[in-house]
Ligand binder design. Sequence first.
Ligand code: BES
Ligand code: ZN
Ligand code: ZN
Length: 506
Amino acid sequence: MRIKSKQSTLQRMNADAVVIFIPEDKKLLHDKLQELKKIFGKRIDSFVELENFRGKNDQIVLFHTEKEIASPRLYIAGLGEQKDLSLEQLRRSAANVSKTAEKTNIKHLAFELYHPHYSSNVNKFSTQDIASAVAEGAYLSLYKFDKYLTEKKERKKHIEVITIFDSNRTTLRGIRKRLKEVQIICEGTTLARNLSNAPSNEIFPESLAQVTKKSAKKFGYKTIVWDRKKIEKEGFGGLLAVNSGSTREPRFIILDYNFKNKDLDTIVLIGKGITFDSGGISLKPSTGMAEMKMDMSGAAAVIGTIETAARLNLPIHLVGLIPATENLPSGSAMKPGDIIKHYGGITSEVDNTDAEGRLILADAIAFASNFKPKIVIDLATLTGACVVALGQHATGMFGNDDEVMTNLKAAGEKTFERVWQLPLYDEYQKQIKSDVADVKNVGGKWAGAITAALFLKKFLPKNKEIKWVHLDIAGTAILEEALPYSPKGGSGVGVRLLIEFLKNYQ
Ligand code: BES
Ligand code: ZN
Ligand code: ZN
């Protein structure tokens, strides 16, 4: 799908349908209707009356034009009250219109750029932010994972072009560059969604590495892929233990963007790459197990983010680390009671083979310090406990640096990929104490998201003060219910959040 911008009036804009937004406030509604009356005459008055259009949030009406303007259809979409206007409201309204319009099998949908009328200084957004939000909401809402549907009637026609138009040339010049960025960011999110949603017979460690290599080649970053032998040689005991039940080989994927520029700060992103999590010998119940094809959503977010960062030329040295394997039961699988030696030498006791994410992340976190990073951020669909705590509307955030977490929180509010901090109090430590190893991989019934995060924290090198944040995306990456601009399944969460964070990093 293409996002375009065009200098045009409502009359001249030639698309399959055009969209205008109107807020609920009486005076603003009245003024806009007066404007429309100049184009469409009295007919628009009786139409609005008949449809009882009041500009309410989520109210959409379709007006069939009669050659007064170049487009055959006009959608009038309510925005709710001006005082409540937010970027998220604009994303959602754009999403709702897009999904409604797509049902009529159109190809080109054009949005008139919305200009808010502020009565006070609260909630002021730039024209760029408004254009971005509308384009983003429209683009992301139209995502479908339908490549395996072979019947034509199930595979509907898609909207191919979204245009944001405005009659003012200077305004348009201002938004043009931002919309190009939005297109790239939405494509990064789509890549992450596609990887998450892909079944485990398509995306497994080897094919995940192939996809990464292809992206790297296309967008000018570097990848190094370790096979089992190299993983053994480096002593990634966690990754090997989790892989031992699978006939598919593990991979350790290293992505490196801007490695040549030695002056830049380094940020390491780590993504959990379990391409299928059956639980292993501690087998999961079969209900809902299919969802666990998405247990590599952290890896998907890292690949999507680094590809996007490379395309946007962000001035930062970014390293991505992805330990990738399936977690399956078999005669050779790891078993409860096993003791693992991780990269760097720390040992862990496996009390439950379904707590596998932390075992593979431990190797990667210990390894990350070799890059001398300023910040390490890991993303993982790590615990059901985090889903219990926060559901699908916030990512669990843990870390050792308040400034980085504050910035991530701000990026979350801006993109609406919100994060919520949970504590790493020392008192929880004793839950993961082991009698036979340095640490145990489960911490009992309570505070499961916290004990998982504390397990990861143990693998940060003691002598170097590395800023670290762990994002538990178990609830936000795998959606049980659709959101306004994401269908259920893989949401691609993390890409928009991290790009916003990285754009503001200095
Ligand atoms: N991949 C799961 C966590 C998960 C659960 C992600 C639901 C998305 C939705 C993880 O590997 C896991 O199984 N965690 C266990 C840990 C437990 C055994 C301590 C869990 O959360 O139940
Ligand atoms: Zn598991
Ligand atoms: Zn898992």
